[in-house]
Write a protein that binds this ligand. Structure first.
Ligand SMILES: C[S@@+](CC[C@H](N)C(=O)[O-])C[C@H]1O[C@@H](n2cnc3c(N)ncnc32)[C@H](O)[C@@H]1O
Length: 269
């Protein structure tokens, strides 16, 4: 019994070291040496209490460093009232902010998939930060769906000027469209949600995903970062939660279940 515990403990430590070293790798790439050292120092302090790498000022400086290094414009916060979208959509949208964490590439790199068999889709892609980050992986295609034309245009510019070094997917596109109207490609998909819209719109989008799976079953992985509406997912019978062993409560990951449960509901008995 003691031996099993010891083995589990050892595995946990090895996993922790693997994740941490991956985080350091991506932090060096995105933010540079000085901010990586600062991040590690803050992390060390956080063992004594608060997680300081999540503080607003650290996010702000790392975000503008990313933009400077890669010659893009993705940083900042924009409230829905300032977006060029309809009054109704201003009520259903959440403020623009870019994916800030280096855990994004760590999570992507842990997915047990062949990237070139999958299309990456970001619902509510804003200025396209996640589209840029995802292009460090050899996806078949990368698609951003963004309602605001202003943000969509910035995303297009960013994709054009993003430093091409080590970009493994150049097949990237930003689509200016309402998420509820977007037609999913009949491909294996990685779908990314990062606080894009409220419960009402997320429900409609999840229903579209269900319909698309009913028409053509395929492997879909949903990455949900900051899962504020996580209880919407718990009752969905065509998805199951998966655990990559990343002990980060800001991420929830789901995949489509072969055969799904919806046919049982449609033809009971
Ligand atoms: C928090 S930002 C996400 C940024 C981006 N995903 C990233 O990782 O950098 C949310 C985005 O969702 C967009 N959005 C809000 N409602 C939408 C809708 N109905 N359809 C498409 N995009 C929407 C907003 O304009 C905003 O740019």
């Amino acid at each position: 019994m003691k031996q099993i515990n010891l083995r589990a403990h050892f595995k946990y430590i090895v996993r922790k070291i693997r994740f941490s070293s991956k985080k350091v790798f991506w932090s060096l790439k995105y933010y540079g040496f000085d901010l990586t050292i600062l991040g590690l120092f803050l992390q060390l302090l956080s063992f004594m209490g608060k997680n300081l790498t999540s503080t607003h000022w650290y996010k702000t400086i790392t975000s503008s460093r990313f933009d400077k290094r890669f010659r893009v414009d993705t940083a900042g916060y924009i409230i829905p009232e300032e977006l060029d979208i309809s009054i109704h959509r201003k009520q259903t949208a959440v403020q623009y902010q870019p994916t800030a964490s280096v855990t994004f590439p760590v999570v992507i790199s842990e997915l047990p998939i062949n990237y070139s068999d999958y299309v990456f889709i970001d619902y509510g892609s804003g200025k396209g930060r996640s589209l840029l980050l995802a292009s460090h992986f050899p996806f078949k295609q990368i698609i951003g769906v963004e309602l605001s034309n202003k943000l969509h245009q910035i995303a297009e510019k960013n994709m054009a000027s993003f430093l091409k070094r080590q970009v493994k997917c150049r097949n990237r596109v930003s689509v200016c469209e309402d998420a509820t109207a977007f037609n999913l490609p009949k491909e294996n998909l990685i779908i990314y949600f990062f606080r894009p819209f409220n419960r009402e719109i997320l429900t409609l989008v999840l229903n579209n995903i269900r319909r698309s799976l009913e028409e053509c079953f395929r492997h879909i992985i949903i990455l949900y970062y900051y899962p504020e509406q996580r209880n919407l997912f718990s009752g969905i019978d065509y998805l199951r939660k998966i655990n990559l062993g990343i002990e980060d409560r800001r991420w929830e990951i789901y995949e489509s279940i072969p055969g799904g449960g919806w046919e049982l509901h449609r033809n009971p008995g």
